[in-house]
Design a protein around this ligand. Structure first.
Ligand SMILES: *Cc1c(COP(=O)(O)O)cnc(C)c1O
Length: 364
């Protein structure tokens, strides 16, 4: 044990619990098949064109990557019709969260977020010495009125995860617009849209057209979810140009690797694949939600590729023993709830059948 003392702020931070590796689970429970439904990856993989883009770039690996990620930014700018100067690319959108707290949160600042939501907001705020202000969800959805009431003179940042991870819910269009209007202009509003492409409802606010009117608004998106590139780490933020300038000061120079930049550029162009995945996912979302509800579970209405499921008894370990890896939420105070990533129809049928079996056995 060393005698070195870390920064005070790190005391309250628990390392992110990644749990057992898939290999360990396989051996421990003597399983043939494992279905990873814990991390909201795209079960359909990524665009087939990504493989070619990567192999074409393999002989370039001795070069540093493009530190300005110019090709990818140009493509995103064209795709969204937003000026290039308003984009910044991160090593996953998780890095974007870190850059934001690094650049803007100081000791004593408050950052408002939902309870429960994506845990990286809280962790990064705490690392910078800020105070997370956690506002309980209302029936699985952000309580924007309560979040607005939580604003004080110390508030620096507000996180709205839309759709919310882990509940899968969205906030209504009017409601979010009204919220953005009412947050004072010296407070950053971060809208994390990691699951943007999965949203099907019309009652969803398009935030990009609002960037001009609200220069304190920041939109985060990622290539990790529907684009199927979680292993390569590419996410991005869209915001006022002066905020991009500040974030660029705190980012690593070569934060996004060469293969990731090329893969993301190509993946963006294959919108046929994205539409296909969104459609398939929404069919599975309806199918699994109905089946689990029929089995007596409670499922929040989801606009994502995952479901937040409440059962009457804890099922996470039982499911793991059968090879279904889901995300338990006991750390967030929900012993009986879990988050499951929607699978293919075959995986989903196996999942539903297994849950049905558990219930039958527990009745006997
Ligand atoms: C998965 C996820 C992210 C992180 O995505 P990366 O781009 O892989 O870092 C960010 N926000 C939310 C809400 C997520 O669910």
């Amino acid at each position: 044990m060393s005698k070195i003392i870390a920064r005070e702020e790190l005391k309250g931070i628990k390392p992110y619990a990644l749990g057992k590796s898939l290999e360990e689970i396989k051996t421990d429970y003597n399983l043939q098949v494992i279905r990873k439904m814990s991390d909201n990856e795209n079960v359909y993989g990524c665009s087939p064109q990504v493989r070619e883009a990567i192999s074409k770039n393999l002989n370039q690996l001795f070069y540093y990557p493009d530190g300005t990620t110019s090709t990818l930014i140009s493509k995103l700018a064209r795709f969204y019709n937003v000026p290039k100067s308003q984009f910044i690319i991160g090593n996953g959108s998780e890095e974007m969260i870190r850059l934001l707290t690094r650049a803007y949160i100081r000791h004593g600042d408050e950052a408002i977020m939902a309870d429960i939501t994506f845990p990286r907001y809280e962790t990064n705020v705490v690392i910078e010495g800020g105070q997370p202000i956690k506002v309980p969800l209302n029936n699985g959805t952000h309580d924007l009125d309560a979040m607005l009431e939580a604003v004080t003179e110390k508030t620096k940042m507000v996180f709205v995860c839309n759709p919310n991870n882990p509940t899968g819910t969205i906030v209504g269009k009017e409601e979010l617009f009204d919220f953005i209007k009412r947050v004072p202009e010296n407070i950053i509003v971060v809208v994390d849209e990691a699951y943007y492409e999965y949203v099907m409802t019309d009652d969803y606010l398009e935030t990009l057209p609002l960037l001009e009117q609200f220069p304190n608004l920041i939109v985060l998106r990622t290539f990790s979810k529907i684009y199927g590139l979680a292993g390569l780490r590419v996410g991005y933020g869209i915001m006022a140009e002066d905020i991009v300038t500040e974030l660029a000061k705190v980012k690593d120079v070569f934060n996004v690797n060469h293969l990731a930049q090329h893969a993301a550029s190509v993946a963006l162009e294959d919108q046929g694949f994205i539409k296909h995945c969104a459609k398939k996912n929404s069919e599975e979302r309806v199918y699994v939600s109905k089946a689990l509800t029929a089995l007596g579970m409670q499922v929040y209405p989801s606009e994502t590729n995952f479901l937040f499921v409440c059962s009457k008894q804890p099922l996470v370990t039982l499911l793991m023993e059968k090879g279904f890896i889901v995300r338990g939420l006991q750390m967030s105070g929900w012993a009986e709830a879990f988050r499951m990533t929607l699978g293919t129809r075959k995986d989903n049928d196996a999942f539903i059948e297994t849950i049905g079996q558990f219930l039958k056995e527990s009745v006997v």
